[in-house]
Every structure is written in C-alpha cells, then in structure tokens.
Design a protein. Structure first.
Lengths: 304, 236, 366
C-alpha cells in the first residue's frame, strides 16, 4: 500500500542514515588513502568521541546553559577525537605501516576491542542519553509530510563536512600534502613534506569526522558501547561498493545502501526491520561478483 | 667554497654493505657527476645524502655536518633530490606536482613566477599543465621531476639517472634542458648517470664508483681522455 | 646449555614429548572431575575452529572475521539434524548425517562468500566477512521455526553408550578429542604438502604466485572453504560438547575473540591453534571472574601487546627465546639460523630488517 507520506519519510531517513554511513566510510577512506590501512576501529573511536562529548556536555550545561553546553561538548568531542586519532597513528599504527597489511588490520581490531571495552568499563554497558538540541523524535511539516528534524540536521551537517573536506583536500596546501603522501610518501618527503606529521593529521581528520557521526547517532539512539558495530559493516560495504579510491562513489553508495535498506524494510514484508541489515550484504555480494573494483573505482593493476 | 662534501661514506641495507668508502666534493656553483656501472652504489650515495638509508662516514653541507635523520629535513636544508624513477606524483596534475615542489616556500607570488620559469624551461610541460601527471610520457615526467625539484629553489640539485628508461633522443632533449638550466642559473648540481657521455654535457668533473668505493675522479676533460673510462663507459 | 638446546631441538625429543602428552590426554578423563573434562573438551572444540581460521589467516594470509559464523552454522546444522524426526530415527547414522551437514552447509556458504570476496585484495575479505556474524544473528533469530529463534536449540548428540561404562562427559571428551585429532592431522598434512606451499606463495606475493601458475583467487577460495568446513566441524563438536546453541554463539564479539585467540596463540602454526583454543576458553573465564566489564579491555591490550612484541603469537615464544639467547651469546655462535630468515609462518610485519626503522616506510605507487 503506497503512502506518499511514508515514502518521503523513508527517503529522508534513508538519506540521513546514509549520511552517517558515508561519514564513517569517508573516515575509513581518508585513513586508507593517507596511510594505506583500513581502520576497523573507526566506529569504536566515533563512539568514544560521543561518550566524551556527552560527559563534557553534562559538565558544561549546568554552568553555561543547554545550548552552549551542547556546543561545547561537541567541540570537545571533535577536538579530543582529532588528538586521539593522531596519537593512535603515531604510537600504535606507525609500527605496522609498510608491513603486512593484515597484521595492521588485526591491530585495529584489537584497538576496537580495547576502545569498546574502555567505554563499557568507564560508562557501563547501559544506554545513556546524549543531550542534544532537540529530542530525537522531533519532526516538522513540509507540505503536509512529517520530516524528522534529526534526519534533516544529520544530512545537512554531514554534507557540510564533506564540502569542507573537499575544500581542504583540493584547495589547501595541507590537502595537497595529504594527497601527495597518499600517492608516494617517499617522493613527497623529498620535497620536504613532513610525512609523519601528515599521517597523524590524516588519522586525526578521520577521527574528527567519525566523532561528528558518533554524536549525531548518539543523539538519536542513545549511547551504548557497541553502537557502531553494525554501522561499521555498512560503512565498509559502502567503501567496497563505491570503490576504495573514490570518495565520491563511497558517499553515493552509502546513501544508496541506506535508502534501499529502508525501502526494502518497508515494502518487502519478508525483510522487515530486523533483516534489513541483510540488504547491503546482498548488494555487496552482487557488486563483488559483477564489478569487484567498486561501482566507481578503477581496476587495480598490480605490477610485480 | 665547498658546498657538499662526502668523506669515506659507508651505507648498508641490513647486512649487505653497499657503500664502502665514497668520497667526493661539490664546489659552490659547481656540477659534479657520479659515474659507474650498475650496482656500483651511485643511487645509494644519493640516498645517503638524503638520509634515505642508514650510513656512516661524514657528510658536510655548507660547511656544517649533515646530521639529518629524515629526507624531509635534508630537503628543508636546500637539497632537492630527483630520485631514481622520478617519483612522479601520478594522480596529481602537472601544476600540482610543481606546487608540491614549492611546498616549503612561503612566498606565493615568487612561487607562481617560478612556475612560469619552469614552464619556459620545459615547454612540453606548459602544454600539459592541467593534465594528470600519469598521462605524461617518460621524458615529460622526467622534466616534470626536475622542474618540481627546481620549484624548491634549492642550493643543490641532485639528479639520479635522468636518462633511465628513456629513448636516446628523449634523453638528449632532457639533457638539453638540464644544460640550459646550468648555463642560465649556474645552479650547483650532483648528477648520477650511467651514460657518461650525457653526464659530461652538464658536469665539470666527475667521480667514478666501483663496488661502493670512489676509485677515480677528475675534470671532464681528464676523464674523457682516460682510456679506462673510454672503454668501460663510453663504449670506445 | 648447548647440549640441552640440542636435546630440545631434536625431533626424537619432540616425538617423545608428543607421545607423553598423548598418553596423559588419554588417561586424564578417567580420573579428573567432570568440569575439567568439559573444559578440555571445549578447548578442543575451539582449537579446531582456530585451526580453520589459521588455514586462511596464518597460512594463506587473509584476515577473516567470520569464522564463528561458520561454527554457529555448523552447530545449528548438527543440532537441527539430530533433533529432527528423521535424524533421531536414524540413531547413529543420524549423528553421522549431522556431522556431514555440519561440514557441508558452512562449507557451501563459505565457498559462495569466498567466490565473491576473494577477487579483491586481501583486506576485502576482512571487510566482507565482518558482516557475517552481524547479519547472521538477526537471521538466526528470524528463522525461529528452524533455529528456535533467540531461545536457541538444545540437542543431545550422544550420551555415553552402555558398553563403555563411561560417564557422559568422559565419552564426549574422547569423541571430541578423537575427531579433533583427526582434523589436526588432516591440517598438518595439508599444510606440509603442495597446498600449504601454494598458500604460502600466495600470501607472500600474489603477483609472483600468478606468474608461477598458481591462481591466487582459486587458492584463496580453497583456503576459505576449508576454513569454513573446519569451522563447521568445530560447530558439530560444539553441539556435542555443550549441547546447546543460540544466535549468541555466532555473535560479533565472539568473532573478534576468536581472531584474537588465533593471533595470540600463533597464526600460521598448528601448535598455535591449540594455544589459541586454550586462550579462547580460559582467558574470558579468568577475566570475567576478576571483572566482567574489563574483559574487552584486557583482550584488546593483550592482542596489541602480542602484535608489538611477539607477532608470531605464543607458539613462536620458543623461537623468540632462542633468538634472544643466541644474540646474547654473540656472533661467534654460528648456528644454522645465524642469518635466520623469517619463514612464512605467522602474520609477521614486513621486512623491517632490511631497511632501518623509519618513521615513514615507503609504500608502492598506487
């Protein structure tokens, strides 16, 4: 039974949810492009950031009021995330660079376990609400259709983040440096680019992006340590489907996955809400069979 | 005044000793070549200067001990190194490659002037200024690599086998440009080259390496007249 | 000291030690309490699971995050078969059928996943397989008619037959250990033989393998499928030992714990698989006793420490100690491993020995 109201809501929510997947996926792409690693802990780091933001907000709100307190919390989450990401690169992941990438992956899995465990240890495994500008269920009317405020906020925020990142990478010297080290770090070093420092910046940027995604999700579903486990799967699927070397493709794939998932859950009765996570998996399967380098990626030619 | 001096430099990759006593010096404004057969250690010598390999012995630059531990630091001191294989940043455009060369500079106006200068020196690059670097031919990529190094306004330019992988005519035109550069600017250079004929076009003197040691040195004239050199490297 | 080292290294010693351990294992359950037997049985179950993971991770060098999924599927397949009408009716042959299905169903699934995932570079297998437990849990809950939903299924595969005079836990012990021993023997021969060598070449450098006529794709698919089948066997043993399975069995958390156990035990090593099984069963018990909330933190720290300090896992400890001792004694002790090359065992960091440790290692042009 087709209902325009529902349909638009599904699309809107899908785009918003997809933006979260896209943010996490972009973080993974940034790390992969600059340091050549896939960070399985990206989601875990985002969750930690959200917890930090919550704690900071809760401390600030009684002092400076709700609005400023929430902003302060978010800023703290993003800043702490950046620092944490940079530190992790320097002191943990640097060791595994240039080596077997599978070892590095296991290291990030260890990090994921560690970070998730830390969150559980410090903040317990119970659900904790995240103080935000508006309640998670708030919605407004557009032409008689109810749109979730959260969905709109999320979509716009992450879209803005992506534009900022694009500007950074294409228009600034820092971005040029990041791109140079992702292509050939030895050659970049010969031009004086401080490779080590930029590796840290790469991880820091990715972590900061994840932090924003984490805060947004926490605002909707409340904080719990394994909040982003499923999101990680979606993000990885988006990265593979979009192509590891195509940030644009990754974002499109993320939106596509989320919208498809929502529509499938609503209109295909056997899928339902709990099985909708299988949808991206099926899509992933098909893409891998038909176009392994991703919908937007380039065929990789490995020279001996 | 000596710009760069190597005294008894050694270098190893793990247990394998590749350099076993290399000595040479580059005077200010001078141009020196490093000649030798494959595997003699020419590239490793340049890498030792650029802190790309662990080394022993003494290297002084501008009179001071060169104690850098990372290539970035060496570059920041004014040594621009065009590596073996060119190191082209393939996914960036020609213009972006040049801007990377100028990464450490802060004078934006002068940088864009220098870009123009490079494009004059290498007209082929002017035509391709907006193309992705991977689309360039081998010779063009070599010119791009040299131009990129020049963008840093270096005190010393180090070139590692500019003719590598290029057809003879292409190599000649690359050396045309290098010779012109040398004539115009008098920039100090250190050039590794297996093809001695090409090297002699742009250097005043040269050092010959054999199994990691510097065994012979002299001015271009002296070396050209040397029968051993002729037989070994000039195919006489 | 040298004589002792030589004694320890000789293969006779290894055989003697192996036989001694074997004897102990055979006699142990007769005298020890049920709980000990059950614990050792569970260790064997997960050692098999880790062994499967080692085939793909340690020997073929692909990180796989879905092994517990295959264990769970195997367990479900076995449980459902044993409890079904036709399965119960067949008695002993029903158990055999359960075993066969426990191997085949995950095997086929593994094959399908591998066919898709193995095309990309190694990391793609990790990225895809991570989805298996995360998708598997809601599917298991949803198909409650078959799987018993969130409640899970309990199934008694076999009790001790009358004629043996053994208790149930002892009988399970023997059966599980025997099957595990057979599986380990199979793996041993697989790894030592042509396939093992092919896996190693694929792991070192896929392009080189291709040029030698070894198709990386095919061998990755093969390794993956074998791993899934081993997982299925472990699933059957799981039901035999624990007699209950639920969606919780194949959860994401367990999947990661299994990978960690594999690394800590020693990737790419038969002995390491056993150590991994021990780790998987015992360590969470220990940490839960101390502080359940800290379990994850401890696991994370342990795996990171192992990767930093002892990348070959606990199984490589003797080798590492030997190297340390040799280094202390100085270069005049010209042992055969003086210029020891790292054999393709374990997921070790790349040739960091060749170039001095740099802050930024070169990555190839992409």
């Amino acid at each position: 039974m087709f209902n325009l109201n529902t349909f638009v809501q599904l699309i809107a929510d899908g785009l918003a949810q997809g933006s979260i997947y896209a943010a996490l996926a972009l973080a993974i792409v940034i790390v992969n492009q600059t340091t050549g690693l896939i960070n399985f802990a990206q989601g875990g780091m985002a969750v930690l950031a959200a917890y930090l933001g919550m704690t900071a907000s809760n401390l600030l709100i009684p002092v400076v009021g709700s609005f400023a307190g929430i902003i302060g919390g978010i800023l703290f989450a993003v800043g702490a995330s950046f620092a944490l990401g940079a530190a992790l690169e320097r002191f943990v992941m640097r060791r595994f660079m240039g080596g077997d990438p599978d070892t590095a992956v296991v290291a990030t899995i260890g990090l994921l376990t560690l970070i998730t465990g830390l969150c559980g240890l410090i903040w317990t495994y119970n659900y904790i609400p995240y103080p935000f500008f508006f309640p998670s269920g708030a919605s407004f009317m557009v032409g008689g259709i109810a749109i979730s405020v959260w969905s709109l906020t999320t979509f716009l925020t992450i879209l803005a983040m992506m534009l900022v990142l694009q500007l950074l990478f294409r228009g600034t010297k820092l971005g040029l440096g990041l791109r140079a080290i992702s292509i050939n770090s030895r050659s970049a070093a010969l031009s004086g680019i401080r490779v080590g420092g930029l590796l840290m910046v790469g991880w820091g940027l990715a972590a900061a992006l994840g932090a924003i995604a984490g805060v947004l999700v926490a605002a909707k579903v409340q904080l719990v340590p394994d909040m982003f486990d499923a999101y990680l799967v979606y993000a990885l699927a988006a990265v593979i489907i979009g192509g590891l070397d195509s940030p644009f493709g990754t974002v499109i794939a993320a939106w596509g996955i989320a919208v498809m998932e929502n529509l499938a859950a609503a209109y295909l009765p056997f899928v339902g809400h709990d099985l909708k996570i299988a949808v991206p998996f099926v899509a992933l399967f098909l893409v891998l069979i038909l176009k392994p380098e991703g919908l937007f990626g380039r065929k990789v030619v490995v020279r001996v | 005044m000596t710009l760069l001096e190597l005294v008894d430099v050694t270098a190893s990759y793990g247990p394998v000793k590749v350099l076993d006593g290399v000595s040479l010096s580059v005077p200010e404004g001078g141009s020196v070549g490093i000649l030798g057969a494959n595997g003699a250690g020419k590239t490793t010598t340049l890498r030792a200067i650029s802190a790309m390999v662990r080394r022993g012995g003494r290297i002084t630059f501008e009179g001071k001990d060169l104690r850098a531990r990372r290539p970035e630091q060496v570059a920041a001191m004014g040594i621009a190194h065009v590596p073996e294989g060119r190191g082209t940043l393939t996914r960036l455009t020609v213009r972006e490659n040049l801007r990377v060369g100028a990464y450490l500079r802060r004078d934006a106006k002068a940088v864009s002037n220098d870009i123009d200068y490079c494009l004059d020196l290498f007209p082929h690059l002017r035509e391709r200024i907006g193309s992705t670097a991977s689309a360039l031919s081998g010779g063009e990529q070599q010119m791009l690599a040299v131009a990129r190094a020049l963008m840093a306004k270096p005190t010393l330019l180090i070139l590692d086998e500019p003719s590598l992988g290029l057809a003879p005519t292409t190599a000649q035109s690359v050396y045309d440009a290098i010779a012109r550069l040398r004539a115009d600017s008098g920039i100090s250079m250190l050039v590794v080259e297996q093809n001695a004929n090409l090297a002699f076009r742009v250097v005043d003197s040269a050092v010959v390496l054999e199994t990691g040691r510097s065994v012979l040195s002299g001015t271009t004239a002296e070396l050209k007249g040397n029968d051993d050199i002729k037989k070994a490297y000039l195919g006489a | 000291m040298a004589a002792l080292t030589r004694l320890l290294e000789s293969s006779w010693t290894r055989v003697v030690i192996g036989v001694a351990i074997g004897v102990v294992l055979v006699l142990l359950p007769l005298s020890s309490p049920a709980f000990t037997n059950q614990t050792i049985t569970r260790i064997a179950v997960f050692a098999v699971a880790v062994l499967g993971l080692n085939i793909i991770m340690g020997y073929a060098g692909q990180v796989m995050l879905g092994q517990i999924f295959f264990v769970g599927v195997g367990a479900y397949a076995a449980a459902i078969t044993v409890r079904s009408d036709w399965g119960a009716a067949l008695g002993f042959w029903g158990v055999v059928a359960a075993f066969v299905l426990a191997v085949l169903v995950p095997g086929v699934m593994g094959l399908l996943v591998a066919l898709a995932a193995a095309r990309l570079r190694g990391l793609a297998i990790a990225m895809v397989t991570i989805a298996l437990p995360i998708v598997g849990v809601p599917v298991a809950k949803r198909l409650s008619d078959i799987t018993g939903g969130s409640q899970g299924i309990s199934a008694r595969v076999f009790g001790a037959p009358e004629w043996t005079g053994l208790d149930n836990d002892q009988w399970q012990y023997y059966v599980v250990m025997t099957i595990a021993a057979v599986v380990f023997a199979l793996a041993f021969f697989l790894v030592r033989g042509k396939y093992g060598r092919a896996f190693a070449i694929v792991k070192e450098n896929e392009a080189v393998a291709a040029s030698m006529g070894i198709s990386p794709y095919r061998y990755k698919v093969l390794a993956f499928t074998i791993a899934a089948m081993f997982g299925g066997v472990a699933g059957f043993l799981y039901i035999a030992a624990i007699q209950f399975t639920s969606p919780e069995t194949l959860s994401f958390g367990h999947s990661i714990e299994l990978v960690i156990a594999t690394i800590v035990g020693g990737a790419g090593s038969i002995v390491g698989s056993i150590l991994g099984g021990i780790y998987y069963v015992l360590v969470p018990q220990l940490t839960n006793a101390v502080n359940p909330n800290a379990t994850a933190v401890v696991q994370g720290v342990i795996v990171l420490v192992v990767l930093f300090v002892l990348p070959g896992g606990l199984a490589s400890l003797p080798r590492a100690i030997r190297r340390l001792v040799r280094r202390k004694r100085g270069p005049d002790v010209a042992g055969p491993a003086a210029t020891e090359r790292r054999t393709p065992e374990g997921i070790t960091p790349g040739a960091g020995d060749a170039l001095p440790p740099r802050e930024n290692e070169e990555r190839q042009n992409r």
